[in-house]
Design a binder for this molecule. Structure first.
Ligand SMILES: *Cc1c(COP(=O)(O)O)cnc(C)c1O
Length: 443
């Protein structure tokens, strides 16, 4: 499989190069040159497959440069946690994507990307350093994904005092090859410092510096797998053969893009609902046919506060820029904060299940479309554990919920971070002076 740029102005590359480059040289996102179709015998036997065998089958269509046995091992190492499809109500299911180490769906992609990078680095006997700026969740998923992964050091830059205590503890208590830099400044300062480092030839060459942002194909491709796995479980565990509608709480629209790829590959999926919070540029685009990016506004489902979603370019590429065709497959709904809190309460009262604010946006969008009973199967991607958002959940339930075990542990650990001024000279000195962790550990 070759990957080309959505802008069409740079040469197509293999998986390895798309993985290492992140973005094409013309500034466009990489997309697979064609979407492969899954073999009929495989689709017919979905209900007897496991998450890992489905994973190998899907990924092998997109990755020619890793042999099949190595792929399976890599997938097994990345996904050491379950991704269950849980029944909420008649015909309403949650695909629980939040059982990874940071309790959000970004673990799924970040851990695969980490394993894939490490695979190539081992083969090439190279070491790289990854720098990421984070406003919260991406940093912890990347930090945990790359924790103890050979040949990689990670520097996470986060704005001091501007992320939640929980998020900070998740990034700063790992140690080892994960280096947390607490920047006295804003998220924009962190992003600027990372960009400056990536543009500095001296640092890039000395450290093999790169980044690991969410547009990387190494994070996108593995997300296709769990939609196929959802259908397998719908058939085997719940005895439903009807192709479902899939609801995806969306911000940057990577998760929905992966779902659309799964459908194009022949997975029996009827249609999609793109559920957004008040950041509704995509619902507006589907309604009007015109895309107008805007500055993002803050909401309770803050991981979806995106005003210029980069993966829309990939969706447009998939639908050949025909908004009418896209509309036939994808319905879009925008949900307010008030409705989000109300949905956390409603679902709890009806089912006893506590939703996180992002998943609640998805469930509310589904209820708006179908009313109080679901005439056909609907699967909502549950993107985070409710325990990560105690304040919003408490607004909905009127009571506190217990902290999940993994978060309680992180809260008790010692924070290890380096406090720095938002000053590139200091960051550069730090990057050039610190030895990589594998150099420490190599005997
Ligand atoms: C990142 C994130 C989303 C949005 O996913 P996209 O792929 O950016 O659309 C939704 N929910 C949670 C909890 C997230 O962390």
């Amino acid at each position: 499989m070759r990957y080309s740029s959505v802008n069409g102005k740079s040469p197509a590359v293999g998986f390895r190069d798309a993985l290492f480059h992140g973005m094409a040289s013309d500034g466009g996102l990489y997309v697979p040159e064609q979407i492969p179709h899954l073999p009929t015998p495989f689709l017919d036997s979905l209900s007897s497959q496991s998450l890992h065998t489905i994973g190998r089958q899907i990924v092998s269509h997109f990755v020619d440069d890793i042999p099949a046995q190595d792929l399976l091992r890599l997938i097994e190492r990345a996904w050491t946690f379950p991704i269950p499809l849980v029944k909420l109500e008649e015909n309403l299911f949650l695909l629980e994507l939040f059982h990874g180490p940071t309790l959000a769906f970004k673990d799924v992609g970040a851990r695969f990307m980490a394993q894939a990078l490490s695979y190539f680095l081992e083969k090439e006997q190279r070491h790289i350093t990854i720098a990421v700026a984070t406003s919260g969740d991406t940093g912890s998923a990347v930090a945990h994904g790359f924790y103890n992964v050979p040949h990689v050091d990670v520097f996470v830059l986060y704005p001091s005092g501007r992320i939640s205590k929980l998020q900070e503890q998740q990034m700063t208590t790992l140690g080892g090859n994960i280096h947390a830099l607490e920047v006295r400044g804003t998220f924009d300062d962190c992003q600027r410092l990372v960009k400056q480092a990536l543009a500095d030839r001296e640092v890039v060459e000395a450290r093999n510096l790169t980044t690991a942002n969410s547009i990387n194909v190494g994070r996108l491709i593995p997300q296709i797998i769990y939609y196929v796995w959802a259908i397998a479980q719908l058939q085997s565990l719940h005895g439903i053969q009807t192709p479902p509608t899939i609801v995806v709480p969306s911000g940057n629209f990577g998760n929905l893009t992966a779902a659309a790829y799964a459908q194009s590959m022949g997975t029996p999926i009827d249609s999609f609902v793109a559920a957004t919070n008040a950041n509704d540029v995509v619902p507006e685009y589907l309604a009007s046919g015109t895309f107008t990016p805007r500055a993002s506004v803050q909401t309770y489902s803050n991981a979806m506060d995106v005003g210029n979603p980069s993966n829309l370019a990939r969706l447009q590429f998939l639908y050949k820029n025909h908004v009418e065709t896209m509309r036939r497959d994808i319905q879009a709904e925008s949900v307010t904060d008030e409705e989000t809190v109300d949905e956390i309460r409603t679902t709890y009262e009806r089912t006893g299940t506590v939703l996180d604010p992002h998943t609640a946006v998805g469930v509310r969008a589904a209820r708006r479309i179908y009313g109080s009973a679901f005439p056909k199967p609907v699967i909502v991607a549950a993107t985070a554990h409710p325990g990560k958002f105690p304040e919003v959940v408490q607004r909905g339930l009127g009571k506190q919920i217990p902290l999940p075990l993994a978060l309680g542990e992180a809260m008790r650990k010692q924070k290890q971070s380096l406090f720095i001024k938002p000053n590139y000279r200091d960051v550069k000195a730090l990057l050039l002076s610190s030895r990589s962790s594998s150099e420490h550990s190599q005997r």
